[in-house]
Design a protein around this ligand. Sequence first.
Ligand code: CUA
Length: 289
Amino acid sequence: MLWVCGAVYLLVLAFLGWAIWRSRHQTGTAPQDHHMRAGLLTWALIITAGIGTLATASFLVDRALAAARQEDALIIRITAHQWWWRITYLDPASGAWIETANELHLPLGQTARLELAASDVIHSFWVPNLSGKLDVIPGRRNVLDITPQRVGWYRGQCAEFCGLQHALMGLDVRVAPAEEFAAWLATQAAPAAEPPDTVLARGRDLFTSGPCAACHTVRGTGAAGQAGPDLTHFGARRTLAASTLTNNRGNLQGWIVNPEALKPGTLMPATELTPEDADALARYLAWLR
Ligand code: CUA
């Protein structure tokens, strides 16, 4: 910005100087030329002062914002993928990283420091009712501090065109009172429970022995894939496929069996299942809360 604006500024001054030189050498010195020259000089001074003030203010505000960062902020790493969000919390209690996806939970009134990264292309993190947008760029970690002031659900959306399903790269954001958030985080930190009946156990076995486990993790089981969202507590999320559909068993079965029909271009392949197996798998995932 400095170099581009500097170049434009010098160019404008060069034209100004040239105009003054030309008026002096071509038409002689008419009385009104003095007025014109004074007017031009006045405008040049006004513009210089205006731009100088803006540049100084921007510099100082940026420094103040950086200095105002709270040391006890909750650290949350968000990685944008085509077309979903990996969300990892640094648990202040245990110091462990807790991974989830597509649903961001924030404690009310506490500053959360979002460290934004991208795995593939440029995305943009945007929750309009909480903060301005910030680009998410591969190879960089951009930092966004948010201090939510009102309890509720918020809608987030990728705001930089990132491929076929850019429009379906949504994000659910939950702002909750501190105790509720702490309880939620403790739940997320726990591994998945042991299925209590045979149908759920069948779903679990399908998940861990089938293709699901190659891409997804369910902590507490053998499934430890890293390519897709962590599903350890998937059943508690409001939506599936990055805010594409309401999270219920009907949508879930449809998504598992034919994701391409719901989100064309998605990197999740279809899974061939008998109706009974699809039902058991969906029941298991919905039960993971
Ligand atoms: Cu990610 Cu648009």
